[in-house]
Design a binder for this molecule. Sequence first.
Ligand SMILES: *Cc1c(COP(=O)(O)O)cnc(C)c1O
Length: 516
Amino acid sequence: MAENLYIDTRGNVTQPVPFTQAVIDGLAQGGGLYVPQNVPTLSLEQICDLAKLPYAQRAASIYRLFDVDMPAELVESLMASAYGDQWDTDQIAPITSLDENTHILELWHGPTSAFKDMALQCLPRFFSASAQLLRDRGQLDHEFMILVATSGDTGKAALEGFKDVEGVSIGVMYPDGGVSDIQYKQMATQKGGNVQVWAVRGNFDDCQTGAKNTFNDQAFAQKLADQQGVALSSANSINWGRLLPQVVYYISAYAQMVADGKIEAGRKIDVCVPTGNFGNILAAWYAKQIGTPIDMLLCASNTNRVLTDFINTGTYDISDRPFVLTPSPSMDILVSSNLERQLFELTGRNPQAISAWMKDLREQKRFQVDKETFAQVRSTFRSDSVGDQECLSTIKQVFDQYGYLLDPHTAVAYKVAQNLRDENPVLIASTAHWAKFGNNVYRALHNIAAKDPLPEQVAALSGCQLNSLIAQETGASAVPAGLAELDDLDVRFTQVIDGTTECIEDAVCAFLQSLK
Ligand SMILES: *Cc1c(COP(=O)(O)O)cnc(C)c1O
């Protein structure tokens, strides 16, 4: 088997590692991100042929294409269980077409109703199997704790993916008060014997920076190894094992659209993605590299429009940029980690350039790419941002026009697609079920301004009760079972911690101790 090894974006990894090791490490040595040495390609015919297979086998084919260092039968069986009957449709990621040129790729039919499930039903299984393979090769002698910083959706999806997985525990940090009632309950009621959840005083960037600093603390790593026999790893979208499953659904969606007669084989489409950490849109870029006929990638931002400004100017600048809470909290991000991978690719894989820009970002809170790189960015990406009010009126407009309910993240993407599209059909990534964000969907449908209070009786409802009300009023699709039952579950986690490295490390130690 010709192995596809992984290098890193900052040129610090001297010995490229196989897929299993990249998945286990999460972040590469020296702070860079893993990328595959070779990006394979498929012909149009091979892409279209994928439509003949069930989704799990489409995913297995793409993994084979990337030469993952695992037996083919193992990959098949892991995929079969990752994309099994925990999904509410065997299409896994069905496409709803609003009109003949506007197609919604629904990525939220998994167990937590968020698109993160697409990757996080897959990653834990490959993580566990990778650890086993490395143990068998005598290259591993410890257990793992997954540490996750989440702006809401990742946390629950990671908890659900890793719960009760052998040899792995998981701790999740979310910004205190920065997630919806539903997201909060999904995490605080999480079941499983190997899970922990912390609210962190601060915003998502504080959580993410705290997690990164903890990962980079060598002394702490040594302490965990000596005292607990545990190493930290990440399930954040910086893990290549999160990205590869996302590449799958873009290729699969194209094949499906051809099979369903929605486009002719070879017809170029634009893809519009509501973007936060840049993982999802990066996956679409890899799908394009592999050969999927994708023309432009439309990057949709909310008021935290650092990516929009970057794509429009070539300067990434957070030096004087306030962090704002919006109706689309999973996109409330200032530092988009996966942009590093994208720039690595767009510079023709230049680790010196990446290292310098990341240093500028750390030290001056801004960096500017060179002319050639900026031209590369402009050749594939367009970007626009949508304010809170526009986001909500888009939900109402689309519901009035098509009888279809968008969540606020998807609404941002829909609006940006309207603003930027040309004659190409557009595939819009829909990243959450509306019922995860019922309060703002209610505001949208009742013409209540984004930050205005809900009417008293409505404000008194729990997230679950509000969702039933919206479902009744709109006759929209039923609320997924996993969301409808949340009020009946016991809250297990109530701890609030500071976001400093020290506090996070103390919390991690206390949790690991409690598992003994
Ligand atoms: C995570 C998330 C996003 C952002 O995706 P990235 O891959 O981080 O860019 C958008 N919408 C929802 C609902 C999400 O959960």
